[in-house]
Each structure stands twice: as structure tokens, then as C-alpha cells.
Design a protein. Structure first.
Length: 172
């Protein structure tokens, strides 16, 4: 009985000493402790107000969204090999996860869609005009599942991707 009591007392003293050593470290040594990092709490700083006109609510894409596809013109040279080359890189950044490396809709994400994605080389897709493609990629397909990417991909980069897609051969 006495032994248990003694062990308990020694344990308490040891815990107390360890605690004191840690506190001593925290109070006197300045490195490697998290309390040094200032945590920013929500709304600790005043919320910055954006100057008038910083976010375009009209013009540019807002205007294009209302423009019929046949009146929308590319902002890049669509047949330029350099445009197509850049478009390819952009395709593999923004589209391939769904539309696949072979443009057949069999990308890692695209596989799980049902019904499956259209083949981008198919006559159905290849016969779409560049204006229609631009609107679908930018603002999504009405009642469709193509994600609207206008806020994700810069305007000229969307045209470069379209130039690349239109350069693909339809499989025989
Ligand atoms: C999250 C997955 C996803 C991503 C990313 C995606 N798409 Fe799609 N896309 C779809 C789906 C799903 C459809 C089928 C739409 C439907 O049937 O309504 C589609 C359809 C299309 C079509 C055919 C439209 C038509 O009228 O038949 C084109 C062209 C297209 N996508 C191009 C692109 C391009 C270019 C990109 C990259 C900039 C892209 N997509 C990124 C999922 C995606």
C-alpha cells in the first residue's frame, strides 16, 4: 500500500517537473514553438473594399454571353500552328481530365459520366461552328453538362483550345 502511494507521489512530481520544464522553454526560448506564429482570426483585419469597377459586371464576357454565336469572332489566328500548339497544352490542362487524352471522353473524370461524353473528333462536334464551341465552353451548354469555364480560362486561351480541337482529324 505504502509502495503504491509512494510511486504515485513520485509520478506526480515527475509530471509537474516536466510541465515546468516545458513552460520554462516556452517562456524563455524563442524558437520552434507554435505560439510564435501569429494566427489571423476571421475579420481581425478590416475587410478591404474593392474600388468601383474592379470586377467587371458588364462588357467582355458579360457582353459575349448575350451575343449570338454567329457574331462572335476569335481573338487569335485560328490556323496558326503556334496557336494550335498552345491550344494543345491548354486542352491537356483544362479538358483532358474529362474528354480524355484521345478526345474520346474517356478521361479519368469523364469515364464516370452517363450518358458518356461525345468524342471531340466526331462529325457531330467537328461540325459545330467556332462561335457555338466558344459559347458552350465559356458558358456551358443549355440543359447540358459541359461546365461553364469562362471564369477559369482566359478568353484568348479558350479560342486557342478551340483552334486545337478543330485541328483534330475525325477517325475513319
Ligand atoms: C467536368 C468535365 C468536363 C470538362 C473539364 C470539360 N468538359 Fe466538355 N463536356 C463535358 C460533358 C459531360 C459534355 C457532354 C455535354 C452534354 O451532353 O450535355 C461535354 C461536351 C463537350 C463538347 C460537345 C458539345 C456539344 O454540343 O456536343 C465540347 C466541344 C466540349 N465538351 C469541349 C470541352 C473543352 C474544349 C473543354 C476544356 C476547355 C471541356 N469540354 C472541359 C464535360 C467536361
Amino acid at each position: 500500500m505504502k509502495k503504491i502511494f509512494l510511486t504515485g507521489a513520485i509520478l506526480l512530481v515527475v509530471i509537474f517537473l516536466v510541465y515546468e520544464v516545458l513552460i520554462l522553454y516556452d517562456n524563455n526560448f524563442r524558437y520552434g514553438r507554435m505560439w510564435e506564429t501569429h494566427a489571423v482570426r476571421p475579420l481581425e483585419w478590416p475587410v478591404m473594399a474593392m474600388p468601383e469597377g474592379a470586377v467587371a459586371v458588364d462588357g467582355a464576357d458579360a457582353l459575349l454571353r448575350r451575343t449570338p454565336p454567329e457574331l462572335i469572332l476569335p481573338t487569335v489566328e485560328m490556323k496558326d500552328p503556334e496557336t494550335i500548339k498552345l491550344g494543345k497544352t491548354l486542352y491537356f490542362t483544362y479538358c483532358a481530365q474529362c474528354h480524355g487524352e484521345n478526345f474520346d471522353g474517356n478521361g479519368t473524370v469523364g469515364q464516370s459520366f452517363h450518358p458518356p461524353l461525345p468524342d471531340l473528333r466526331s462529325t457531330k462536334v467537328q461540325s459545330l461552328t467556332e462561335g457555338v464551341l466558344f459559347k458552350e465552353i465559356s458558358y456551358g451548354k443549355p440543359d447540358g453538362r459541359q461546365p461553364p469555364l469562362a471564369t477559369t480560362i482566359a478568353l484568348s486561351d479558350r479560342w486557342r483550345i478551340i483552334a486545337f480541337i478543330q485541328s483534330l482529324d475525325t477517325p475513319k
